[in-house]
Design a protein around this ligand. Structure first.
Ligand code: ZN
Length: 503
C-alpha cells in the first residue's frame, strides 16, 4: 500500500494543504500576540489568501480521483492501519469541503467576520436587538450548511461532525440528560452547605511577572516541552499547534487574581502536551492529527482540573507558590487554599464557572442550539428562552443579555455545534483519568512528589499517538473498555466536594 503511487500522491497533496494551514496558524498566533495594530489590514489579506489557496488545494478534483482509486484497494486492510485511517479521514474532510458550495463558504466567512464586530458592540451595550438580525442570518446559513453536508437524523449532527466526528445529537442528549440528573442534586447539596471557602485568598496582590514564572514552571513540570513551544500573553488564551517541535500557548494574567493565569496555563499546557504528543513523522496526515475537539478538551481539562485542582498536586506546589509570593500567603494553610480553588458557586458566566456548574452552562446552550437548527426556536426569541433555561438549571435570572445570551463569541463566529465539545471534554477527562489511576496506581504519590511523567507517558501512548486512528467514541471504548458515560465525572466531583462541603 505504501508503495502505491496513488497513496504517495494523496499524502503529498494533503500534507501540503496542512503545511499551508500551519503557516496560517503561525500567522494567526502572531496576530494575537505581537502584530502591531496597523498590520491588521495586511494580515487580513494574508489570511484570506491562505484560506482561499488551502480550500482550492483540498478540493482539487485530483484528490477525489485518488481517493476513489485507493478505496477499492483498501477493502482488505485493517481499518486502523495507517493507510486505511488516512484515506478514510481525508475522504471525510474532502467530502465536507466539496459539498459546501463556494458561494456558501464565502457568505459564511463574510457574515461571521462582520457579525463578530456587531456582537462585540451588542454585548458591550447589552443590546440583543442589534445582534438579532445577524444571528438570524447565521442560523439560516448554518441550516443551509447542514443540508449541503447532509445528515441522517438531525441537522445538528452535520454541524457536530465538523468538531466531533461520528457524534450525534441523540447520543449527546442521552449522556447529557444522565449527567444533568445527577448534577442538579449535587450542586444543590453543595450550595446549601454552610461551609464556604475564603475567597480573599485568591484575590491578593500577585505580581504578574511572578505568575508567569510560576505558571511556566508548573507547565514544564507536568510535561510541556519549552524547547518545542512557548508561552505568551493574549486577551483570549489559546493553544496553537504549529507543527512538530512548535506549539504556542497563550494566557492572560490579572495582578489581583491568581486563578485566571495559573489554571489558564495548566489548561493550555494540557492542549499543548497533546499537540506535542502527536506522531511527528505523520505530521500533515490524519494519523498524525488530534482526534476531535472533545478529545483535545479532555486533555486540557485533565491537567487543569483532575490534576491541577487536586490536593496531591498542591502538596507539591503550594510551598513553592508561598515562596514565590513572600508574605502573601503566610496565613493560609494548604487546606484553605485547596478549598478556595475548588469553590462552587452558581453564576451567569460560563468561562468563570466551576467544575460542577460549568456543565449546566453547556447543556443549556446545546438545547438552545438544537432548537435553533430545527427551527423550533426563532433567533429573535433567544433571550427569553435563554433566561428560562438559566432559571431552570441554575435558579438564577440574568440581570441583562450581556450576562446572558450575549456572553459568548461562538455564535457570532458561526460556531454552532462547538459548545458540547467542552462538556464532552470534561466527561472524557474523568473517564480517562479513572482508567489511568487504576492502570497505573500510585498517581497521588507521584503528584505530591512533583512527578507527572508516568501519567503523561500513559496519555502519550493511549490518546496522543493514535491520532485519528479511532473516532472519539471508539477511542474512549478502547482506552477505558467502557462507552462514554457520565458516571466517572459524577464520581470524581462527589469524591472532591463531599469532604470539602461536608455533604
Ligand atoms: Zn480548551
Amino acid at each position: 500500500m505504501n508503495q502505491q503511487p496513488a497513496y504517495v500522491e494523496l499524502i503529498q497533496r494533503f500534507r501540503e494543504f496542512r503545511l499551508l494551514e500551519s503557516i496560517g496558524a503561525l500567522v494567526g498566533w502572531d496576530q494575537h500576540t505581537y502584530m502591531p495594530p496597523k498590520g491588521a489590514g495586511h494580515r487580513a489579506e494574508q489570511m484570506g489568501y491562505l484560506a482561499k489557496t488551502g480550500h482550492a488545494m483540498l478540493t482539487a478534483p485530483r484528490i477525489g480521483e485518488l481517493l476513489g482509486e485507493l478505496e477499492g484497494l483498501l477493502a482488505q486492510k485493517a481499518t486502523d492501519a495507517i493507510e486505511a485511517v488516512n484515506v478514510r479521514e481525508i475522504r471525510r474532510t474532502y467530502d465536507r469541503a466539496v459539498k459546501m458550495p463556494s458561494r456558501l463558504v464565502e457568505e459564511i466567512a463574510k457574515t461571521v467576520s462582520q457579525a463578530q464586530n456587531v456582537w462585540a458592540d451588542s454585548r458591550k451595550n447589552s443590546h440583543f436587538a442589534s445582534f438579532a438580525p445577524w444571528l438570524e442570518k447565521i442560523v439560516a446559513l448554518k441550516r443551509e450548511e447542514a443540508s449541503a453536508v447532509g445528515y441522517k437524523e438531525s441537522p445538528y449532527d452535520a454541524l457536530l461532525d465538523e468538531y466531533e466526528p461520528g457524534a450525534t445529537a441523540a447520543q449527546i442528549t442521552r449522556v447529557f440528560a444522565e449527567l444533568r440528573a445527577d448534577l442538579i442534586p449535587l450542586v444543590a447539596a453543595v450550595t446549601a452547605s454552610s461551609k464556604r471557602p475564603r475567597k480573599d485568598i485568591l484575590t491578593r496582590e500577585f505580581a504578574v511577572d511572578r505568575q508567569h514564572i510560576f505558571g511556566q514552571a508548573a507547565a514544564a513540570a507536568i510535561g510541556f516541552d519549552f524547547q518545542a513551544g512557548r508561552l505568551d500573553t493574549t486577551v483570549h488564551p489559546f493553544c496553537s499547534g504549529i507543527g512538530p517541535g512548535d506549539c504556542r500557548l497563550t494566557t492572560r494574567y490579572h495582578p489581583r487574581e491568581l486563578n485566571q493565569g495559573l489554571f489558564g496555563i495548566l489548561h493550555e499546557a494540557g492542549h499543548g502536551i497533546y499537540e506535542q504528543g502527536l506522531d511527528a513523522e505523520l505530521f500533515g496526515t490524519p494519523a498524525g492529527s488530534f482526534a476531535s475537539l472533545g478529545i483535545h478538551e479532555s486533555q486540557s481539562r485533565l491537567w487543569e482540573n483532575q490534576v491541577g485542582r487536586g490536593l496531591p498536586f498542591w502538596r507539591h506546589f503550594y510551598p513553592r507558590l508561598q515562596q514565590t509570593y513572600p508574605g502573601t500567603l503566610d496565613d493560609v494553610e494548604l487546606a484553605d487554599f485547596y478549598f478556595a480553588i475548588n469553590n462552587v458557586e452558581k453564576s451567569f458566566i460560563r468561562v468563570e464557572a466551576d467544575e460542577a456548574t460549568y456543565n449546566m452552562h453547556i447543556i443549556l446552550r446545546f438545547e438552545l442550539e438544537q432548537a435553533l437548527m430545527t427551527g423550533d426556536l426563532k433567533p429573535g426569541d433567544v433571550p427569553g428562552a435563554w433566561n428560562d433555561k438559566v432559571k431552570q438549571m441554575l435558579d438564577l435570572t440574568p440581570p441583562n443579555d450581556a450576562q446572558g445570551c450575549l456572553q459568548d463569541i461562538h455564535w457570532s463566529m458561526g460556531g454552532l455545534g462547538y459548545f458540547p465539545t467542552y462538556t464532552l471534554g470534561n466527561l472524557y477527562a474523568a473517564q480517562f483519568m479513572q482508567q489511568a489511576s487504576s492502570s497505573l496506581g500510585g498517581l497521588d504519590e507521584d503528584f505530591q512528589a512533583g512527578r507527572f511523567g508516568r501519567l503523561k507517558t500513559w496519555l502519550n501512548e493511549k490518546i496522543h499517538k493514535p491520532g485519528q486512528r479511532y473516532r472519539p467514541a471508539d477511542l474512549c471504548l478502547r482506552v477505558t473498555n467502557q462507552p462514554l458515560s457520565h458516571r466517572p465525572l459524577i464520581a470524581y466531583l462527589r469524591k472532591k466536594y463531599e469532604p470539602l462541603y461536608g455533604i
